[in-house]
Design a protein around this ligand. Structure first.
Ligand code: NDP
Ligand code: MG
Length: 389
């Protein structure tokens, strides 16, 4: 297997963890062959300097920022290019065997799709690509024969649990930590600060997914992601609150047997498994000590306090243009919340309103999905300016 890896979004939380994993696997021939960064090119240059074998190809996806950067900081042997379209070139380069799709949000769509079209093994963290364009990604996968392996810890767990049987699962149970506001009342959430929303109890992640975890929009996106990854209908997906983040998800078979995957909350294990599958190799992430006393709890999710969940189930059921619209509204609303322009509790209603105001299509083209993405972002801005959420 070709062990040259392209990390799209190498400067982020998943990207940095991937560089760490590849460092551990270097003796087995794994390397970061190509990397991309967007705003944090300084951090990218530092990460490249530390690699035993510098990347062959570096992409700065924002051409404006790349032009301002001192190019002498790149390793002399690396080729550097800037521009979002270079992400597509890197994702489909012949030399690359595995693409780690770790860009946040819809910005990862074209490059992730390009990796699938090019028949790469795609280690998928960028769940928003499946939310926006699940049908098109699955169609491209069927044509190219690409392998899409989940990096998201819940989906990695489900993927691992499914290997327990040849018989398809009857139900999959996504676990959710509940985020920082698991026990907060609706009134408390009205006043939630940005710092409180970013303070995730069990995971250290980028700001967008941290806010998504607080609204539970992350779980909504994961319901949709699971629908596409495992070709399972929305009604066969369940969500359970599991604050300890040790049981990463479960699968229930027709005979009533439930299979779960357990490990401490650390992304290095699911990232590594997406690279080395079907093999398992030693991992630098902490291990789950099964000989300790553990109090692991499961409880149903509260869909009244977290209305994002209902939205996730609805979008997973109807598909079409719904995912692109909800995802774009969410990205726009999360950005406004992070800028302290709207309240925390306005994020999910903005997504609901965008979904209901758009004219739904069952079989959209990629172009139509991109147009609707732009439309939904503009609508959220417009509602915000009119104080009309
Ligand atoms: P981060 O915010 O930490 O990193 C995002 C990455 O995307 C950075 O490399 C960033 O570059 C790059 N980026 C940002 N905007 C653009 C753009 N417009 N064009 C190209 N690249 C861009 O996010 P995370 O690592 O937390 O998340 C990445 C993805 O993985 C998300 O889809 C998330 O849902 C998913 N995921 C993350 C988990 C986690 O534990 N963090 C767990 C499961 C899934 P730069 O920093 O240089 O600006
Ligand atoms: Mg997850």
């Amino acid at each position: 297997m070709n062990r040259n890896v392209a990390i799209l979004g190498a400067t982020g939380s998943i990207g940095t963890a991937t560089i760490d994993v590849l460092g551990q696997l270097a003796d087995e021939g794994w390397r970061a062959w190509g990397v991309s960064g967007h705003a944090n090119l300084d951090a990218l240059a530092t990460a490249c300097e530390k690699m035993s074998l510098p990347p062959e190809w570096i992409v700065g996806s924002d051409p404006g920022l790349a032009a301002q950067f001192d190019s002498r900081r790149w390793p002399s042997s690396s080729r550097f290019e800037s521009g979002a379209e270079r992400l597509v070139a890197l994702a489909s380069a012949d030399e690359v065997g595995v693409v780690v799709a770790a860009i946040v949000g819809r910005a990862g769509l074209e490059s992730t799709l390009a990796a699938v079209e090019a028949g790469k093994r795609v280690a998928l963290a960028n769940k928003e690509t499946l939310v926006v364009a699940g049908t098109l990604v699955c169609q491209a996968q069927q044509v190219s024969g690409a392998e899409i392996l989940p990096v998201d810890s819940e989906h990695s767990a489900i993927f691992q649990c499914l290997q327990a049987s040849q018989t398809p699962a009857e139900r999959i149970i996504l676990t959710a930590s509940g985020g920082p506001f698991r026990d907060w009342t609706r009134e408390q959430m009205e006043e939630a600060s940005v710092a409180a929303a970013l303070n995730h109890p069990t995971w250290k992640m980028g700001p967008k997914i941290s806010v998504d975890s607080a609204t539970m929009m992350n779980k909504a996106l994961e319901i949709i992601e699971a629908r596409w990854l495992f070709d399972i209908p929305a009604e066969s997906i369940e969500v359970m609150i599991h604050p300890q983040s040790v049981i990463h998800s479960m699968v229930e078979f027709v005979d009533g047997s439930v299979v779960a995957q357990l490990s401490p909350p650390d992304m290095r294990l699911p990232i590594q498994y997406a690279l080395t599958y079907p093999d398992r190799v030693a991992c630098s992430a902490p291990r789950f000590d099964v000989t300790q006393r553990w109090d692991l709890s499961l409880e149903p999710a509260d869909r009244d306090r977290f209305p994002a969940l209902e939205l996730g189930f609805e979008v997973a059921a109807v598909g079409g243009t719904a995912g692109a619209v909800v995802n774009a509204a969410n990205e726009a609303a999360v950005a406004l919340f992070l800028d302290q322009k709207i309240r925390f509790t306005e994020i999910v209603p903005a997504c609901r309103k965008a979904l209901e105001n758009h004219s739904y299509e069952r079989h959209p083209t990629l172009q139509r999905l991109i147009e609707l993405d732009e439309w939904a972002r503009a609508e959220v801005q417009r509602w915000h300016c009119g104080a009309n959420f």
